[in-house]
Design a protein around this ligand. Structure first.
Ligand SMILES: *Cc1c(COP(=O)(O)O)cnc(C)c1O
Length: 391
């Protein structure tokens, strides 16, 4: 039989059937697994035989989720984590040591920024940010101790795009471990490994879950690079719970249909917002006005579910706008079936100075919309009436 396609793999990759012949995979809510006898236990602990021992190490639901994600991303191996941040942090801790240096861009998720700038320096690991709009200038930022390139594309919240294939060559020139956060695109829209990424990091909490229910994360990539991350997670404890893994594995079954609709709703909204008189700029990877639209089209099959736009009138206008929304939710999450609006300048990035926010691509009136699966006319109608009410 020919190789199964993405949609089929997402649905048909399942844990082995139990003696009950279930069609839908059950939840294996067990902290540990039993042994027949002392010899089996000895052989398992001696690593002569592969089987489940304890759910911090492995569990059938967690393994199913990892196996499926690896197939969808085209990865050799993977490890699941309790959250996306555990995947990000575990990757750094497993592959870096005191004195090492990371190259990244400011266009990364807020908590990742905090890990890079506040947590890792305590352990002697430092980071330099390159300009997301000028990757060529990154050549000058590489130091002898630079070990790892960490990027997010599209980035959160500003949907900035970096050229994945160009970065592969960059990493080859400088012998860097190449890590991509693929949370915004999901493997359905973009497969960084096809463009040469060594490791792909995910917050499964967002589009993969898709309904705002559970936290989860994963790292997938080359087997020899996953091994130390697996050891770090197994040893230190941020393992994915079997219940969350069960939810996330089910979620992957519908990822393609959900993303198709998220993307078509988002594109429609972005196009319409471009001609609204109160909107200064709209950012969406598949709009021709996006500075990296060409790169986005080269590496993504659609633009994703996040649309950003800037209202004239600054912070006050942004806050008034949020207060006027009637359908969209105000919440910190994204990638939900429900449309979510956030105003980064007064919430997630409120602690930065205005200059720092601008450097991070966040003007005062920037609104981030995680476009949901409601009817597009209801989403657009709510956003239009709120823009009007915020004048
Ligand atoms: C949310 C997010 C994370 C962190 O994921 P959690 O599951 O919240 O820990 C990492 N990267 C990006 C791009 C995100 O949006």
């Amino acid at each position: 039989m020919e190789k199964l396609r993405f949609e089929t793999q997402a649905i048909r990759t399942q844990a082995e059937r139990s003696q009950h012949d279930e069609h839908s995979v059950p939840m294996y809510l067990t902290s540990s697994f039993v042994f027949e006898d002392a010899e089996e236990m000895r052989a398992t602990f001696a690593d002569e035989q592969q089987r489940n021992i304890y759910s911090r190490f492995s569990n059938p639901n967690v393994q199913e989720f990892v196996d499926k994600l690896c197939l969808l991303e085209g990865a050799e191996a993977g490890v699941a984590t309790a959250t996306g941040m555990a995947a990000v942090f575990g990757t750094f801790m497993a592959h870096l040591k005191q004195g090492d240096h990371i190259l990244s861009s400011r266009a990364v998720f807020g908590s990742t920024h905090n890990v890079l700038m506040q947590t890792l320096p305590d352990y002697g690991i430092t980071t330099t940010y390159g300009d997301v709009n000028d990757p060529e200038s990154w050549e000058a930022l590489v130091r002898p101790e630079t070990k790892l390139l960490y990027v997010e594309t599209p980035s959160n919240p500003g949907v900035e795009i970096l050229d994945l294939a160009w970065l592969r060559d960059f990493c080859d020139r400088h012998n860097l471990l190449y890590v991509v956060d693929n949370c915004f695109a999901t493997p359905y829209l973009q497969k960084p490994i096809d463009f040469g990424a060594d490791l792909v990091v995910h917050s499964a909490t967002k589009w993969i879950d898709g309904q705002g229910r559970v936290l989860g994360g994963a790292v997938v990539g080359k087997a020899e690079l996953i091994k130390p991350i697996f050891t770090f997670v197994r040893r230190t404890g941020p393992s994915l719970s079997p219940f969350n893994a069960w939810v996330l594995s089910k979620s992957l079954e519908t990822l393609h249909v959900r993303m198709d609709r998220h993307c078509s709703n988002a594109l429609t909204l972005a196009q319409r917002l471009e001609s609204h008189p109160d909107v200064e700029q709209v950012r969406y990877p598949f709009l021709n006005s996006h500075p990296q639209a060409e790169v986005a089209r080269k590496q993504m099959t659609a633009g994703g579910g996040i649309v950003c736009f800037e209202l004239d009138g600054g912070i006050e206008r942004g806050r008034k706008y949020l207060d006027a929304l009637q359908v969209c939710s105000l919440t910190a999450n994204l990638g939900d079936s429900r449309t979510i609006a956030t105003h980064p300048a007064s919430t997630t990035h409120a602690k930065l100075t205005e200059a720092e926010r601008l450097a991070a691509g966040i003007p005062p009136g920037l609104i981030r919309i995680s476009v949901g699966l409601e009817h597009i006319e209801d989403i657009a109608g709510d956003i239009w009436q709120a823009i009007k009410a915020s004048r």
